[in-house]
Design a binder for this molecule. Structure first.
Ligand code: ADP
Ligand code: MG
Length: 725
């Protein structure tokens, strides 16, 4: 069957898909490939003078300020290495608040005096760039006459080479700030928050008797969920193409009851894509590890091994870019939207995080000795206080128009932020709350005045997949972040609220000790206070249940259902105070982020509303009208031969067409309204008016999908997109 509609042509194209010759890579041994395009420590060690190398490592590993005098030497070594690997250009890579990755490319070659070209790459060029910043959102941080922004080398995230048939590019991860040093990006606050957290964690470690602890860093491991569909389908869906999700589409008769999809067989074509992706990611030094099918058909997951949060964040962005690129080669498209298909499992990006350093290891790992366990409980208590006190901020850190479709749906954590601790850890804290109890749940009678805590198991065994913030044995897993978003926002929030909690604990301990309280009793006292005041955030039950909504309310936990409920949390007195105290955002930066988030929200919904209108008017309504004409013709010919026809199909179709037309009119009027100037009002207009008007159009259109003749229907269906690969 050769189709006439774009949809039927797409189906033909997909069925006839042949992988281009030579597309399957012969992946080298992981050991050879891994990091081959990265300016790694090993490369640096081989190419830099010993003193310079040591100095760079001190900055990367031990958070020491970069010695500016070494920049020329590093730049020159980096340039030589990159050019040997075919690089003709270099780029400062930064992460503006569009959520995308931006690059400013320049050539290594500069004209020499005699008209020839010489390869130049000075320290200054490595450390600072000056992209035209006027096209990036700044939320009022830059006056329009001062469009300049500056990029600055982030020594702690390794430079790498991106391969391209037209010449490779040396990519240098950078921060992006305004002339006055205010953050215009995601990386700057991440580095600041990291520093704030490290400072407070250091105080705790000193209190626990560590004389010279290495600086503490946060680690992150992000689990990326995504959908894969054939590119031919993608191109015949203007909604996917322009907004990342389907704005129309009836649920397939077979939905995701297909639980066997999870860990089910991965189709050959997808497997080839995955192998190829992993190979490319390995080259870039990204430790991509697991792969398995997710709950929905067509949905998959890739979880790179955890790394320092800053590097993990950059790698996460690079991973998304890489998957898109590789998918293209394989005739597929990756969908990172949190809810590309209504009614089908959405995509999240769980952020696993822990704290640690080289001298103490993972600080969220229960230890072997009571002393280590007391320290572990202190860090756990800090998380409990932080999450309880700043639940609203955590919620705001994952708020977006796209993630709204997923959070609170029946497969994703609810908007209520609570902590899952597991039975044993909960039991230990319960006993702490009672003033230092004497029994451990598992191990019979054990003194638990902090100096003699029970040995805690590293794997609590029980897992709760409905909790937004779960302890999983040696780390916490924040499950609310959406598949599309950068993990920088959540990590900035986590670092900062932990800084506050650790500060609180260290200050309390200091003052108790100054009052002559013995150290172990002081720890017991502080833990007791925290679990008493903040323990209500601990919830081990079913987070998806309706009961929890009621109970959470009784416990006074915020339930910020939508983005517009959550975003104001960014600019409360308390938040402004928190972020400025720890030097992460000043008030102006915070307000700018709030405004950018609102604008982004309103804009993305408006784009969707316009697309809805266009597709309804130019694709769906015409198909339905054609079908209606066919039905009418059929009725007329029946009547002509004196046969009394069954009019029900015609009538049902006509009634639905009338509904569609009415909904189109309503959406048109809604879109014609003036735009309020206040960003919150504009966002509210999108939420309260556009979204319901779009849904009304969709309802009629989806009903028509079940009526209109298949050969007339213009859009690939859910079933086709999800099951044909
Ligand atoms: P699951 O799907 O069961 O949650 P995965 O294996 O898919 O688990 O992903 C777990 C993620 O957690 C990986 O990215 C892994 O590297 C990361 N991770 C493991 N240990 C730590 C840790 N100590 N700190 C931070 N992340 C961690
Ligand atoms: Mg997980």
């Amino acid at each position: 069957m050769s189709g006439s509609t774009a949809r039927l042509q797409a189906i033909d194209a997909v069925k006839g898909y042949q992988p281009p010759a030579g597309i399957f890579p012969t992946p080298g041994a992981p050991g050879e490939v891994f990091g081959q395009n990265v300016f790694t420590k090993t490369v640096m060690q081989a190419r830099l003078p010993k003193t310079v190398f040591k100095s760079v490592i001190a900055t990367i590993e031990h958070a020491q300020t970069l010695d500016p005098t070494i920049a020329d030497v590093v730049a020159s070594a980096m340039k030589d290495w990159a050019m040997e690997r075919g690089a003709t250009h270099y780029a400062h890579v930064f992460y503006p608040l569009t959520g995308l990755t931006a690059e400013k490319h320049d050539s290594f070659l500069e004209p020499g005096l005699d008209g020839s070209s010489i390869a130049e790459f000075a320290g200054k060029t490595l450390t600072q760039g000056e992209p035209d910043a006027s096209s990036f959102p700044n939320g009022g941080l830059r006056a329009t006459f001062e469009a300049r922004g500056y990029t600055g080398w982030d020594v702690t995230s390794p430079a790498y080479i991106l391969e391209n048939p037209n010449g490779n590019t040396l990519c240098i991860p950078t921060v992006f700030v305004s002339m006055t040093g205010e953050a215009l990006d995601h990386k700057t606050p991440l580095l600041r928050s990291q520093q704030a957290m490290a400072k407070q964690a250091d105080r705790i470690l000193h209190l626990f008797g560590h004389q010279k602890p290495d600086s503490v860093v946060s680690f992150a491991g992000a689990e990326q969920e995504y959908f894969l569909i054939d590119r031919s389908f993608f191109f015949s869906r203007p909604d996917l193409l322009n907004s990342g999700r389907t704005l129309f589409g009836a649920l397939p008769p077979k939905g995701q009851e297909f639980d066997d999809h999870y860990f089910g067989a991965i189709p050959d074509r997808v497997l080839a894509f995955m192998l190829d992706s992993e190979n490319e990611l390995f080259k870039l030094g990204i430790p991509a590890k697991t792969r398995h099918n997710e709950v929905a058909p067509g949905q998959f997951e890739l979880a790179p091994m955890f790394e320092r949060a800053n590097v993990a964040t950059d790698h996460q962005q690079l991973l998304m870019v890489t998957l898109k690129k590789v998918a293209l080669k394989h005739g597929m498209e990756v969908l990172f939207h949190e809810k590309p298909f209504a009614g089908i499992n959405g995509s999240g990006k769980h952020v696993n995080f822990s704290l640690g350093n080289t001298t103490e290891g993972n600080l969220l790992l229960p230890g072997d000795t009571p002393h280590e366990n007391a320290q572990f409980l202190v860090f756990c208590a800090a998380v409990i206080r932080a999450v309880h006190k700043y639940a609203g901020l955590l919620r705001a850190s994952v708020a977006s128009a796209t993630n709204d479709h997923r959070l609170g749906a029946n497969e994703a954590p609810p908007a209520i932020i609570s902590i899952f601790l597991g039975d044993q850890l909960t039991d230990v804290f319960d006993q702490v709350a009672k003033g230092g109890a004497t029994a451990s749940k598992e191990k019979g009678t054990l003194m638990i005045g902090v100096d003699t805590l029970p040995v805690l198991p590293t794997d609590p065994g029980d897992r709760n997949r409905t909790s937004p913030f779960a302890f999983t044995g040696n780390r916490f897993e924040f499950r609310a972040p959406g598949a599309l978003q950068s993990i920088a926002g959540p990590m900035v929030t986590i670092n900062t609220i932990l800084a506050e909690a650790l500060d609180h604990i260290a200050t309390e301990l200091d003052s108790l000790i100054a009052d002559g309280v013995e150290f172990n009793s002081a720890v017991q006292k502080v833990l007791e206070e925290i679990i008493t005041v903040h323990g209500t955030v601990v919830f081990n039950g079913d987070g998806y249940s309706d009961d929890w909504q009621i109970e959470a309310e009784a416990r006074g936990l915020p339930n910020l259902r939508t983005t517009l409920d959550a975003l104001p949390e960014l600019i409360t007195e308390e938040s402004l105070e928190l972020f400025s105290t720890y030097g992460v955002f000043n008030h102006r930066e915070m307000h700018s982020r709030y405004e950018i988030a609102l604008e982004h929200y309103a804009m993305s919904i408006e784009v969707e509303a316009k697309l809805t209108l266009e597709m309804a008017k130019t694709q769906i309504l015409p198909a339905a009208l054609r079908y209606q004409t066919e039905l009418a013709t059929n009725l007329a010919s029946s009547l002509a031969i004196g046969h009394e026809p069954d009019r029900s199909t015609f009538e049902e179709t006509s009634a639905t067409i009338t509904e569609l037309q009415a909904a189109i009119r309503a959406l048109t009027e809604d879109l014609a309204h003036d735009h309020p100037l206040d960003p919150m009002l504009e966002a509210r207009h999108a939420a309260d008016d556009h979204l319901p008007a779009m849904l009304a159009v969709r309802a009629a259109a989806d009903a028509l999908e079940g009526m209109v003749a298949d050969d007339l229907w213009p859009l690939p269906t859910y079933q086709e997109m999800l099951y044909i690969l």
